[in-house]
Write a new protein. Structure first.
Length: 99
């Protein structure tokens, strides 16, 4: 059970593939327009339920509850050793030294 007031992510199909504009690229026209929204759950629910949330800006959105306490999982990639050399060279050019 996910309690009212929890920070959650919901999913909603905004427009079915059949309703997409003709001028879109073919691969885009073949899939629905989807929306993922985060907000505070407005009533107790279970994952998979259709729910309402209040977003950070106060908008009410409806969708299927898919995640509790969502967070970002992207990164800027793995360490690149060359960037250390570039950093030192740049600091020397700009400031005349390492710092």
């Amino acid at each position: 059970m996910v309690k009212k007031g929890e920070w959650v992510r919901i999913h909603n199909v905004v427009l079915d593939a059949s309703g997409r504009a003709d001028r879109l690229p073919e691969d885009t026209k073949q899939v629905p327009l989807e929306m993922w929204t985060k907000g505070m759950l407005l009533e107790d629910a279970e994952i998979g339920d259709e729910v309402r949330v209040e977003t950070a800006v106060g908008r009410i959105a409806t969708g299927k509850l898919i995640e509790v306490h969502p967070y970002y999982t992207h990164s800027y990639g793995k360490f690149v050793p060359e960037l250390i050399t570039i950093d030192r060279q740049l600091r020397k050019i700009m400031y005349g030294g390492e710092k």
